[in-house]
Design a protein around this ligand. Structure first.
Ligand SMILES: *[C@@H]1O[C@H](CO)[C@@H](O)[C@H](O)[C@H]1NC(C)=O
Ligand SMILES: *[C@@H]1O[C@H](CO)[C@@H](O)[C@H](O)[C@H]1NC(C)=O
Ligand SMILES: *[C@@H]1O[C@H](CO)[C@@H](O)[C@H](O)[C@H]1NC(C)=O
Ligand SMILES: *[C@@H]1O[C@H](CO)[C@@H](O)[C@H](O)[C@H]1NC(C)=O
Ligand SMILES: *[C@@H]1O[C@H](CO)[C@@H](O)[C@H](O)[C@H]1NC(C)=O
Length: 508
């Protein structure tokens, strides 16, 4: 069974306050349960579920589809290194942020002279790194004078149990990036600016739910770690270099930071985070109203839960809580991302090819290449219904669904593969039935285009291979223009033009 991973061993090694409680399993809804998860909802939202699983813990898809509506119990394995930028060398006395990448933490390795009140927000610190000495100084420089701080390194000394909130969930933006943590996890609507209060509430909840923290994403993945005296060894701290006014060559630093971010487009790497897909909670499993009705210069088409009934949100929250408690028990997760990856890698490029203006013979060969596997040519009239079914189930055969979530994921993924296979078989039928007159027909490309629009795979938004001195750039909070969100492109250091990209898609 190639799709199981080692959540079992790790999870069972964790001691838990809730481990001895009886475990209530998430169950699929019946007719009397109007807020419960159902196979019908999973089928209806199949493309969203497919893409959420495909993008989980990946910087690329979660930057593009930045309103995450799925939550995953996860393990950070023992030994994992995480980085913390701070004003001093002291271990944080309470909750604080840890970064998975070095440059991300370096941004916060500053101290400050207080001119205003309290401490600067994380966003002020982030922007101070790149806005210094620009004409546009009003936003951050009036209140704080920043000086070098410390880079601290921590290592997990046991497997850490955390909740991963998908999407760009660390983006303090009013578009819906914070919906799932504010409206579901915390059940507390608030302004997107109140980040300290949000983190404090998350950690209060973490204590209650028996977890160590929360993984979120902005330009880089981060952990809100709730207790530094429990779960981490403090490995080292290093003072950052003094600079006279200019902390560093901002353009070089920013480009290298973005290169770091880009290196995680397809995964966090080294199994630093293991997701328990079989215990995930996704709004897409529920009959929730996902409409977004705010206006503004951002991606309005992305789903939100701002218009979802409160009772519906409470139901999702209660299932989420159960699934976190349940993860404590020994149970192995199916690697659903592996299943989805097999499907995307089989079809993504080929569907793009089929959409192009191919000759009749090449088109036929390409489609046959994808479908012949599922056809028994010993029959004079192959049974296409049977072939379509076998094509749809191909990549699902290695998995054996066990939890309710497994069944929901299975239904969603099968809906997607069924759509792919049906479209391809219809294209094949069309080609078989047509004479030489349809050689330059746009029928097949049209069918494929419609399929691709529905699938909406983030893979298709990636740049075609970038020249060596550039990388594919997409808007990641808090940086990037609108065009970087809608049309990511290969940019070099100069074109990245750090200052110009501070205010754009996310902040204006
Ligand atoms: C943090 O963990 C330490 C060690 O387990 C414990 O003594 C302390 O009470 C915890 N702090 C909080 C705020 O839970
Ligand atoms: C596909 O995703 C993009 C975001 O990348 C979004 O703007 C668009 O509306 C989505 N299309 C469909 C058909 O859902
Ligand atoms: C979803 O919510 C919006 C805004 O409240 C409302 O206009 C719409 O009718 C709702 N959709 C459904 C299916 O209830
Ligand atoms: C084709 O296969 C399906 C499913 O196995 C079956 O229900 C149907 O009767 C078959 N059709 C023919 C023409 O044999
Ligand atoms: C980046 O590309 C632009 C042209 O688009 C070019 O003028 C510039 O010299 C390049 N910068 C670097 C550092 O290669």
């Amino acid at each position: 069974m190639f799709v199981r991973h080692i959540i079992v061993a790790l999870a069972s090694a964790v001691s838990l306050t809730h481990g001895s409680q009886p475990q209530k399993l998430l169950s699929l809804s019946n007719d009397n349960d109007r807020y419960g998860p159902s196979i019908d909802c999973a089928k209806k939202n199949a493309n969203f579920i497919f893409n959420a699983v495909h993008s989980s813990m990946r910087q690329w898809g979660n930057s593009l589809h930045h309103n995450g509506l799925s939550l995953y119990p996860a393990i950070i394995p023992q030994g994992t290194l995480l980085y913390h930028g701070a004003p001093d060398a002291k271990t944080p006395p309470s909750f604080e942020w840890l970064a998975f990448e070095i440059e991300h933490a370096e941004l916060f390795a500053v101290s400050w002279e207080e001119a205003g009140q309290g401490r600067p927000s994380r966003q002020s610190i982030l922007l101070s790194n790149v806005e210094k000495s620009t004409a546009d100084e009003a936003h951050t420089q009036e209140e704080w004078i920043f000086k070098p701080g410390y880079l601290q390194v921590y290592q997990a000394n046991r497997p850490l149990r955390v909740l991963y909130i998908d999407g760009s969930s660390a983006a303090k933006a009013p578009y819906g990036t914070l919906d799932s943590q504010d409206l579901i996890v915390l059940d507390k609507p608030r302004s997107h600016r109140e980040e300290m209060e949000r983190a404090e509430d998350l950690c209060t909840l973490a204590a209650e739910w028996g977890i160590d923290g929360f993984i979120r994403m902005e330009a880089g993945f981060e952990l809100i770690n709730c207790n530094f005296s429990d779960g981490f060894d403090y490995l080292s701290h290093k003072k950052r270099p003094e600079t006279d006014g200019v902390r560093r060559r901002e353009d070089v630093f920013f480009a290298e930071y973005m290169r770091d971010v880009a290196s995680r487009y397809h995964g966090i790497g080294a199994r630093r985070v293991l997701l328990d897909y079989s215990s995930m909670t996704s709004v897409f499993f529920y009959p929730a109203n996902l409409s977004s009705e705010e206006s503004g210069d951002y991606d309005l088409s992305l789903p939100r839960v701002m218009n979802t009934e409160h009772d519906q949100l409470l139901r999702i929250r209660s299932d989420l809580k159960e699934s976190i408690f349940r993860q404590a028990s020994v149970h192995d997760s199916i690697d659903w991302q592996g299943v989805v990856d097999m499907i995307v890698s089989r079809f993504a490029d080929r569907l793009t090819l089929l959409e192009a203006d191919l000759s009749y013979s090449i088109l036929t060969l390409e489609i046959d290449n994808l479908l012949n596997m599922y056809i028994d040519f010993s029959e004079t009239l192959p049974n296409i219904t049977e072939s379509t079914e076998s094509c749809s189930l191909h990549y699902l055969q290695p998995v054996e669904p066990s939890t309710a979530q497994d069944h929901l994921l299975y239904a969603a993924i099968k809906t997607a593969t069924h759509k792919i296979c049906t479209t391809l078989f219809q294209a094949r039928e069309h080609l078989l039935g047509c004479t030489s007159a349809c050689e330059d027909s746009s029928v097949v490309p049209g069918m494929i285009r419609e399929l691709k629009e529905w699938l909406n795979w983030t893979t298709w938004k990636e740049c075609q291979s970038c020249p060596q001195d550039t990388f594919c750039y997409i808007a990641t909070y808090p940086w990037g223009f609108s065009k970087d969100h809608y049309n990511p492109s290969c940019l070099n250091q100069t074109e990245l033009g750090i200052r110009g990209r501070v205010r754009g898609y996310w902040i204006w």
